[in-house]
Design a protein around this ligand. Structure first.
Ligand SMILES: [Zn+2]
Length: 345
């Protein structure tokens, strides 16, 4: 009897650690119960029902909820598997960037790793125009998560599973599609002035009228016409520590006035060729503590760590999304366990 118990215990431990392949059906059920017991979900018993649920899940959920879930097991690369799961390229790139902040894709991802992504579909029902809400990557390590959250100031961004904001305070580029036509350099032959002088900004070639975005939350410092810059907007960020400059605009966006707050991604003006410019382009500058920096290369400031209260709010506000990820993870493990037992018969 004692031997039986220790054998059963050892088997159960093996099962819980993922070594499912060599166990019997009866023990698989035990594993499911053990699995369910650690989480707040109702106890799951017959494995038949569980398998059915996972097979029909995607259809019924897409129809009845505002969430669409896409998942897959990585065969070769993450992007390839994500594509097969029906995730549009645009969203795949976003996922890669967000996961990429937490792991090294080339080194850490392995064949057999699993991911889940939760989307809110766009108006047409497509994921391309939809919003990524949450995602999880299950590798051999701790699950890596990405969760969209709107903080109490109304700013939405992505966070890690533990509530650390991902990304930087600044967008790298003030235009959506960028084509750098002239880099930051300390010596350049000026095309209009015909003299050598430093170019302390980055020029982006773009058609007249292309919207220009604020690269970070900030306050409008200047909005005026200057001889060289033409129509120019100066934004102050982080209480004046950083300044960004957007020059040669054809016009300013409505509401852009000194003292006004702008948020990251807000359109502040439109590309033009006012001031000393040969053609239509945006001249963009990034200054840190008054010093000119190469906006394309500068290490962009990290977002401040959230306070305890902010983190608490994060956990409250994202409870639903985290629950979805957890239940997906659980169902997958159950499906794996029962699938494994069936295939051996
Ligand atoms: Zn320039």
């Amino acid at each position: 009897m004692k031997l039986f118990f220790s054998t059963a215990l050892a088997t159960l431990l093996l099962l819980m650690s993922g070594c499912v392949a060599q166990q019997t059906t009866q023990l698989t059920t035990t594993a499911i119960l053990a699995d369910a017991a650690v989480s707040p979900a109702p106890a799951v018993t017959p494995s038949r029902q569980v398998v059915k649920k996972s097979a029909e899940r995607s259809e019924s959920e897409a129809a009845t909820s505002r969430w669409v879930i896409r998942s897959g097991r990585i065969k070769k690369t993450f992007s390839q598997t994500a594509q097969r799961a029906g995730i549009p390229n645009l969203q795949i790139r976003k996922l890669e960037a967000l996961f990429g902040e937490q792991i090294d894709f080339r080194r850490d991802i392995q064949k057999g790793d699993h991911f889940t992504a939760v989307f809110q579909p766009g108006k047409s029902g497509s994921l391309r125009g939809g919003k990524l809400l949450a995602a999880e990557l299950n590798s051999r390590r701790e699950p890596i998560r990405v969760i969209r959250h709107t903080n109490r100031r109304g700013i939405s961004r992505f966070y890690s599973g533990s509530g650390e904001p991902l990304g930087t305070d600044f967008l790298r580029n003030p235009l959506k599609n960028v084509k750098v036509s002239s880099h930051f350099t300390l010596r350049r032959f000026h095309p209009v002035l015909k003299v050598y002088r430093p170019h302390r900004g980055t020029d982006f070639a773009a058609r007249k009228g292309t919207p220009v975005m604020a690269t970070a939350d900030g306050v409008v410092q200047k909005r005026e016409y200057q001889n060289g810059y033409g129509k120019v907007v100066f934004l102050e960020h982080s209480g004046g520590r950083y300044t960004t400059v957007y020059a040669h605009l054809s016009r300013f966006a409505r509401g852009i006035k000194p003292g006004r707050a702008v948020h990251q991604g807000q359109i502040i003006g439109y590309v033009g060729s006012t001031g000393l410019a040969t053609g239509s382009h945006l001249h963009y500058e990034f200054r840190e503590d008054g010093e000119y920096k190469d906006a394309m290369k500068v290490a962009l400031p990290r977002i401040k760590k959230p306070t305890t209260a902010e983190r608490k709010y994060f956990y409250q506000a994202t409870a639903d999304l985290r629950r979805i990820l957890l239940s997906e993870q659980r169902e997958r493990r159950i499906a794996m366990a029962s699938g494994g037992s069936q295939s051996r018969r």
